[in-house]
Structures are given as C-alpha cells and as structure tokens.
Design a binder for this molecule. Structure first.
Ligand code: SF4
Ligand code: SF4
Ligand code: FES
Length: 253
C-alpha cells in the first residue's frame, strides 16, 4: 500500500549522479550511499542525511519541503518526481537518482528550470494583455465563478519541470512548450481580461512547438505531482485553435 511503513528497518542503497559542469576536472559518474530507513522518510530527508553525514558537497535543491515550490524535481528510478513528497517506503531498497533531463545542469541533482520557464513565458507572452487599461476610479468587473475556477486550476502548476522532463518532444526540442507551457497558454486563453483573439493564440500555440507537436501519450500527466488535467488542457487548446483556423471567427469559450 502507498506510504506503508515496514516493521523491519531497511538499509537503503542510493546510487546518485555526480557531475559539476563548473569544474573542468569533474567527470559524470555515480556515487553509492547507504542509509538506514526511518519511518515516513522522504527522499528529501535521505538527501539531507547524506549531505550532513556522508558528503557535504552533494548538490540538490529544495525550499518548501511540501510540494509547493517546485524546486526538488529529480529522476527517481527513471521517473520524474518531487523528492520532498516521495516516501522511501514506496520505493525498493535500491534507488537511483539523476537530475531532470531537458534542463541545464547546475551540478549533481540540481538543474536550472528557471531559464526554461522564462523562455517559455517570453515566447508565449504569458501575462495579461489588457482589454482596457486599469482605472482605479471604475468599479471592478465581476468574473464568473466558473471562469475563476478554471484559471485557478491552471494556476496550480508549481513549475517543477517534471512534465517537461518526461516529454520526449521537449527533450529533443528546447522550444517545445510541453505540459507546463501548454497549461500556461490555456490559463491566459481562458481569462476574459486578456484581449488576444483565438486567431492570435493560433500563432502562439499551434505548430510543432505547440499543441500540434504533442504526441499525446500523456507521460506529462502521469508524472505531474499536482495532477493537473493536462489531457483536458490539450483538448481545449486544439478545439480553440482549430475553431479559429477553420471558422475564421474569433470565438471565446
Ligand atoms: S502528451 Fe505531449 S506534452 Fe505530454 S509528454 Fe507526451 S508529447 Fe509531451
Ligand atoms: S504541469 Fe505539473 S509537472 Fe508540469 S511543471 Fe506544472 S506542476 Fe510540474
Ligand atoms: S521542496 Fe518545494 S516542491 Fe519539494
């Protein structure tokens, strides 16, 4: 059962990728560490234990420890996951940890997701393109509960990069928007404060770097720690962009 604790303590064997691209003498390799498992141990706890007691030079990222900041994504036994919410009791005794692919390596398990997300945000202009300039003297317009809920759902993305790392297309094409990018586009398409027409969105999201470059096997949704409904997001984007393309009309919703 998920999260179940063993009555007998196990000795975990962790094989961890090591490489410092800033150090000319560094070569990619793996190091093996052994750690006694404790109840409700997460990979975050294991990595801190290794750094505190066995190797102070081990590089990895974390901030929140609660699946909120998106910093601690890594490949856990070949699958992208958040270290802070992965219980060792859900894993075998032999654990391999590698950095997320598709992002620039900082060192060991630490990657630079920020550059990828900034590039995606700039290419899609992921900010509100106002229909009208803000006027503090005018009463606020009310947004429908359904639209507010839809925006909130898209905004639950924590930018961990797990969907990008799992995506075969994103791994060979650094400009492919992947789950996080397509979800971000949908967030602004849904928002009635954004003035971009469906035809304008077509130029942003259609094509090989957008929703029509997606193979649709949904590895991204399988690994998303926030369980975002990415299948529905892609269906929405295809419907909206194809509608604009073939009807020649700008239809909202
Ligand atoms: S469904 Fe599309 S975005 Fe998701 S992993 Fe597959 S190719 Fe990438
Ligand atoms: S869509 Fe999910 S997996 Fe992708 S970055 Fe956002 S939270 Fe992470
Ligand atoms: S440390 Fe913040 S998501 Fe894991």
């Amino acid at each position: 059962m998920s999260g179940e604790q063993n009555s007998e303590s196990r000795r975990l064997r962790l094989e961890i990728f090591r490489y410092n691209p800033q150090d000319e003498g560094s070569e990619p390799h793996t190091d093996v560490f052994e750690v006694d498992e404790t109840p409700f141990m997460t990979l975050f706890i294991v990595l801190n234990k290794i750094r505190e007691t066995l190797d102070p030079g081990l590089q990895f990222d974390f901030v929140c420890r609660s699946a909120t900041c998106g910093s601690c994504g890594m490949m856990v036994n070949g699958r992208p996951a958040l270290a802070c919410r992965t219980l060792t009791s859900d894993l075998p005794e032999e654990i391999t940890l590698y950095p997320l692919p598709a992002f620039k390596l900082v060192g060991d398990l630490s990657v630079d997701t920020g550059t990828w997300f900034r590039g995606m945000s700039e290419r899609t202009e992921a900010w509100i393109h106002e229909r009208q300039a803000f006027d503090p003297a005018v009463q606020e317009e009310r947004m429908s509960d359904d639209i507010a809920a839809a925006i909130y759902e898209n905004d639950r993305c924590i930018e961990c990069g797990c969907c990008v790392a799992s995506c075969g297309v994103a791994n060979v094409d650094p400009e492919f928007l992947a789950g996080a990018g397509l979800n971000r586009v949908a967030r602004f398409m849904v928002d009635p404060r954004d003035k971009r027409s469906d035809a304008e969105w077509f130029d942003v999201v259609a094509g090989d770097e957008g929703v029509f470059g997606c193979f649709g096997m949904m590895a991204c949704a399988d690994v998303c720690p926030k369980e975002l409904p990415l299948l529905e997001v892609y269906a929405y984007l295809r419907r909206k962009t194809l509608g604009a393309r073939f009807s020649g009309r700008d239809r909202r919703q």
